[in-house]
Design a protein around this ligand. Structure first.
Ligand SMILES: C[S@@+](CC[C@H](N)C(=O)[O-])C[C@H]1O[C@@H](n2cnc3c(N)ncnc32)[C@H](O)[C@@H]1O
Length: 924
């Protein structure tokens, strides 16, 4: 008997198989049983009406699917999968982990990673340590934006990693003082909106017979050779030997602006010697100096036999043929014979599998790149006649394989030629290989196209696939794949043990648009409506993106077990997108416990404190607070005690120490100000007023918890920290990035704590801080005013305050051991600014808050439509006060007076504003 987790559940095993508690005589019987059920389900209009349901006929959806493991639509068996293979949430089970930083750029060259490309893949080896850290064997991992399914590959890898890999990882963990991982496969649920993506993911993670595939792939390419090999034959320049064409270069033809003569771009502009395009070149007819920008594309009119309409196609001519005889490669200009073959092919009917649908209006084909200018309005226009024959037959042959699992994997191979055989494949004269040379992330038709033969494109691929999967031993399953929106997962509450996810970030990549080409071949396309991207063409701007993401995160929050973790990979350099994600996460109920970036040069991780300019990939570790906290909150409501309850729970989730290059690192999330922000977000998300002012919070924090080197700990954590601290020489230092008034105050606090100073001493240091990174619309404060409003100055009367006293006596030998009223000490202490003790700080804070609110009133009363410069601190204080009074209208009114980017780039403001909007929309 075999189940999903056993290696013998391959594509056509002879023995009985167990699946979701049922036993079948064979895999074929299992498949037949569930396909029948899926076919019935597809007939149910309510099932099909779900948000995110792909577009396609029942037949096409069934053809892609392998139920219950994979469906090219929302998977009706996910709940069963969890019920059978998961462990129900039990609050009594102890679970505790610290957040973990990972390197998302790790070993991208691994053969398995390269087995199928996808836009922005996260290498599975980057995910493996995370899964090992947060889960135990048999736990269920979820990725709702799974793309090509690397999270699934990683979950399987935990069970089949080679000994050398295990040893390497265990040694590294030991060095970091971490316990050894528990090896063993984890079960995984993969979801994506795009059927093209889930099809890749399914083939990556469902078991198949590699040897049977190797045979079938070879046979497919050989049969194709027998059928259409003649299309790729050419006569060698010796006039007798037959050569095999690897690729033919087609060049667009332009007209000369001077004489209107035809100019073959490649022939005229390519420098034979350097193989580069010349900046300028003479017209072959009139000798005028030409550049690419001076040329006009020539179009020819063709009748499209499919649509029956005339279409305008850029005029292209075959200019160069690259072919081989044996192992030797040759190049030649096409001869009359070659042209005759091409003409013969042009008269053939299109293969039946070639999709002929019209491309609907979308950003990538109608705005970013005008595909109609390239003569492409329907899918079949992407292919020149010979490539259409090759691609159509490849698809046909793969689809005709009798074994459904092998068939699916053949399509997995063949679909990788969909772009490479199309006119999107650019010719790169300086490149050795012309395989898959399309521009990634866009549809772009270049002036020179390398039309590759199917064997040139796929021959090497077949061998590589066989090698990659043979070594990876991907057969043990345990994966369920579903197609739909992450905002609506067919899963019960509290059933997932860990989430790893890499969602779309803003407008980096238009997945639905880009997947449309491959999906047309499958006949099942993405429902782009719920796609979480910024896409002006579909009227999705940043706020829409944020809300789409928020809905997906809320769904993640629903299905994740309380107290469990989620890792989110973030790769976008815009602060506004970053803030949208932060707000979406917190609104959905997650609490962020760490944000890290990898310092590639040093090979170490850095905690991220500011994201005004994010240059590299970030990794966010967030958790769903445990059930106890939520329950207590709903019982007691927004009381002061509930704030401390939150802090208590939050501190437990944070790392206690972080060691970098032998030194202790400052843990940003333990900074009292950061803890305050997290607490505020928690209350806002629960639609509750924040029960403490910032100073009350800071004071209470120090009374209730232990402070070490500017960080807050639970008592038992403090003991652990002290032990580590005793082993290192220096205390960790906070790194502050000054970009607005708030961070300027934080910087001053830090500076004056270490070194109470006079205005003259502070000034030059402060000036270097408020430089390039300063936020655009934020008024620059005067140092004098900042000091006056937030700190105290010793004017030389009375005793020297202890803050200054301890600084002077430990830094100046001659002042050591002097009484606080000693005149020498007083003289040195006079005019120094220092950080007030908590009582005095509260008085100052009250005064400052009053002033900030007054300023906010002026914003509210401002007659113009736009405020040009303002203080973010005044906005924050005003929003917070208005929130407390449920005065949502004032928040919205002022928010609309400030530029979008200022709002979008401030996580705190965005949080209040977004909630205020929701409240107003809900009529509260
Ligand atoms: C960054 S990619 C994930 C790539 C993946 N990490 C990999 O290694 O292949 C983001 C994915 O989110 C998908 N997506 C966009 N909106 C979605 C939604 N609402 N629900 C589920 N998936 C969505 C896109 O189709 C895309 O495949």
């Amino acid at each position: 008997m075999t189940d999903m987790f056993s290696a013998s559940a391959a594509s056509s095993p002879s023995g009985p198989v167990e699946c979701l508690g049922l036993t079948f005589p064979s895999e074929a019987a299992r498949r037949e049983y569930f396909l029948k059920l899926l076919a019935d389900k597809l007939k149910d209009p309510a099932f099909r009406q779900q948000e995110g349901f792909p577009q396609g006929t029942d037949e096409a959806i069934l053809a892609m699917s392998d139920p219950p493991y994979y469906t090219a639509c929302p998977n009706p068996w996910l709940a069963d999968f969890v019920k059978h293979y998961g462990k129900p949430y039990d609050p009594a089970v102890k679970y505790s982990r610290e957040p973990l930083a990972i390197d998302v750029s790790v070993v991208a060259a691994a053969p398995l990673y390269k087995a199928h490309s996808y836009h922005t893949k996260v290498p599975h080896l980057a995910i493996v340590p995370s899964i090992l850290h947060y889960t135990e064997p048999g736990d269920i991992v979820l990725d709702g934006f799974a793309g090509s399914g690397m999270t699934g590959v990683a979950a399987q890898w935990c069970g089949c990693a080679p000994a050398a890999y295990r040893h390497e990882l265990e040694t590294a963990w030991k060095k970091e003082g971490r316990p050894a991982p528990k090896w063993g496969a984890r079960r995984v649920i993969l979801n994506d909106l795009s059927p093209a993506a889930t099809f890749i993911a399914a083939n990556y993670t469902l078991p198949f017979d590699v040897e049977a595939f190797a045979k079938a792939g070879k046979q497919l390419l050989e049969e194709l050779e027998q059928e259409i090999g003649w299309m790729y034959e050419t006569l060698h320049t010796d006039g007798k030997t037959k050569g095999r064409i690897e690729y033919t270069v087609w060049s667009e033809v332009f007209t000369c602006p001077e004489c209107a003569g035809e100019v073959n771009f490649l022939e005229e502009a390519l420098d034979e010697e350097s193989q580069r395009v010349k900046e300028s070149f003479p017209c072959p007819h009139c000798g005028a100096t030409l550049t690419k920008s001076r040329l006009e594309r020539l179009y020819s009119t063709k009748l499209d036999p499919i649509t029956g309409k005339a279409i305008q196609v850029p005029k292209r001519v075959p200019t160069l043929i690259s072919y081989v005889i044996g192992k030797t490669r040759y190049e030649k200009k096409p001869t009359a014979d070659d042209l005759a073959v091409l003409q013969r092919i042009e008269s053939l009917p299109l293969p039946s599998q070639m999709p002929t649908i019209e491309i609907p209006p979308m950003h990538m084909t109608h705005e970013r790149a005008r595909m109609d200018y390239a003569g492409v309005t329907h899918i079949h226009h992407f292919y020149l006649p010979r490539a259409a024959q090759a691609m159509g037959r490849l698809w046909e042959k793969a689809k005709a394989h009798p074994d459904p699992r092998i068939r699916s994997f053949l399509l997995f191979m063949v679909e990788q030629a969909v772009w490479g055989l199309s006119v999107l494949n650019r010719y790169g004269p300086t490149h050795f290989s012309q395989v898959n040379r399309m521009l990634t992330g866009v549809y772009y038709v270049a002036s020179q196209h390398a039309e590759c033969s199917p064997w040139y494109n796929l021959g090497g691929k077949l061998d590589r696939l066989v090698k990659a999967f043979r070594n990876a031993k991907v057969s043990p399953g345990g994966t369920a794949i579903t197609t739909g929106t992450a905002a609506r997962l067919p899963l019960p509450d509290d059933c997932i043990d860990y989430i790893f996810t890499d969602p779309p970030f803003g407008e980096n990549i238009y997945y639905a648009d880009l997947n449309f080409l491959v999906e047309s071949w499958h006949g099942v396309t993405t429902d782009a409506q719920p796609e979480a991207i910024i896409d002006r063409f579909k009227h999705k701007a940043l706020p829409e993106y944020q809300h789409l993401m928020q809905r997906c995160f809320a769904e993640y929050h629903r299905v994740l077990k309380p107290g469990r973790w989620m890792t989110v990979v973030f790769s976008n350099s815009k602060a506004a997108v970053w803030n949208a994600i932060q707000v979406a996460l917190q609104q959905a109920g997650f609490v962020v416990a760490e944000v890290t970036a990898l310092d590639k040069q040093q090979g170490s991780y850095r905690q991220v404190t500011s994201t005004t300019a994010v240059k590299q990939d970030l990794v966010i570790s967030a958790y769903k607070p445990n059930g106890g906290l939520e329950e207590r909150f709903s019982r007691t409501g927004a009381t002061v005690e509930s704030a401390w309850d939150f802090v208590q729970t939050h501190l437990r989730q944070l790392a206690v120490t972080k060691v970098k290059n032998g030194a202790l690192e400052f843990i940003v999330e333990r900074d009292p100000r950061r803890i305050f922000d997290r607490m505020v977000a928690w209350f806002v998300r629960h639609n509750a007023p924040v029960p403490l002012s910032s100073q009350e919070f800071q004071e209470g924090l120090r009374q209730r918890f232990a402070e070490r080197d500017g960080m807050i700990f639970l008592p038992e954590q403090a003991a652990e920290y002290d032990k580590k601290r005793a082993q290192v020489e220096h205390a960790p230092q906070i790194e502050l990035f000054v970009c607005d008034e708030r961070s300027a105050i934080d910087w001053l606090t830090d500076f004056l704590k270490r070194r109470p100073s006079t205005y003259q001493e502070i000034h030059p240091e402060f000036t270097t801080q408020i430089g390039a990174g300063w936020k655009k619309h934020e008024a620059k404060p005067e140092l004098a005013a900042l000091l006056e409003d937030n700190f105290l100055k010793y004017d030389g009367t009375g005793e020297v305050p202890s803050q200054i006293h301890s600084y002077l006596s430990s830094n100046y030998k001659e002042l050591r051991g002097l009484a606080k009223n000693d005149s020498r000490l007083i003289a040195k202490a006079k005019d120094r600014w220092y950080v007030p003790d908590p009582n005095k700080a509260q008085d100052l804070e009250k005064k400052r808050e009053k002033a900030l609110l007054k300023e906010f009133e002026t914003y509210l009363a401002h007659p113009g439509r736009r405020l040009k410069e303002f203080r973010l601190e005044a906005l924050r204080a005003g929003f917070k006060a208005a929130w407390g009074k449920k005065d949502y209208a004032s928040i919205i009114k002022v928010a609309q007076k400030i530029p979008d980017e200022a709002l979008q780039e401030d996580e705190r403001l965005l949080l209040w504003y977004d909630q205020a909007l929701t409240r107003v929309e809900d009529g509260q």
